[in-house]
Design a protein around this ligand. Sequence first.
Ligand code: G6P
Length: 364
Amino acid sequence: ASYDMGGHDTYMHKEISEQPDAVDRVLRGRIDDRFSTVHLGGLNLDPREARTIRRIKILGCGTSYHAGLIGASLIEGMARIPADAEPASEFRYRNPVVDPDTLYIAVSQSGETYDVLAAVQELKRKGARVLGVVNVVGSAIAREADGGVYVHAGPEVCVVSTKCFTNTVVAFALLALHLGRIRDLSVTDGKRIIEGLRKLPAQIEEILKTEDEIKSIAAEYAGAQSMMFIGRVRGYPVALEASLKLKEISYIHAEAYPASELKHGPLALIEPALPTVAIVPDDDLLEKNRAALEEIKARSGRILAVAHQPQAKADHTIVVPKNEDELDPILMGIPLQLFAYHTALAMGRDIDKPRNLAKSVTVE
Ligand code: G6P
């Protein structure tokens, strides 16, 4: 690709830095303050149809799958429609039941990932309604879908996805709000979410300003053989994505677990040489998450927390600004992009072109 790096050393750094503007773009022109909802011009789904949806199934690969997991929880939370996400490749190969009351949503930065495209084509052949949440306008998946939401992240060059991940999650928040306001979400909650969405660009800007601190924290973890990432409910997909980012560009083995599952296995691995990154939002699960930190500390595990306030049990805390509970995952992922970046940089990795990976996988 021939886009200017704009003074950054890598595309990844450029793309991380662009996030306040990118989020601004996905919001622009879509918010309707009068009815506390959003307009999504390309959705192609009328309110009567939207009310008949009984389930939502989200399909994607890699980082887009992780964005879909957060999307499912946003939709379920705001629109109260049962929703889940699955890797498109798994879905394709297990001969899934295609249900007429289910709305299928394909997520893809490039819009060209073969496994996602093939899943969409199979769904359409079986008469399903499929929407796309796609970045590249006019791409194959965007064309196959019945409608959808463009993510407007702008061109993403680095093999690993950062700004597109964030924008995809914001696009899902818009879709969740839209569906929610057609169904049961109150005007008050609609307003609350809209206010939260509007705060995001400035809050991301604030997080980006802590880069030096994140860089010095990363220097302490750069030699690790392996790292554990934990989160609970909304925090779990954040942990999954942060662990993927770290392994893709640093080649440090990283695995993500729901915090509640620690005691069912991975606790056996905890020792000083296996640091844990914990997602600890200030919400109704805070005490539960703190208990997990205590479990880890009791086994002398090192802890890096991403939280809304310093965590006593953690060796380091990256403090992020608080938004609405539903939107917190969007912000909590961002410092961990910088964490992966600076860890990989300290290890001398080729950040924009990690070994063995491609930006889009257009073959089976
Ligand atoms: C490749 C890339 C990942 C990306 C995935 C899905 O594996 O290395 O960064 O998340 O494809 O790509 P898509 O374009 O469909 O979002």
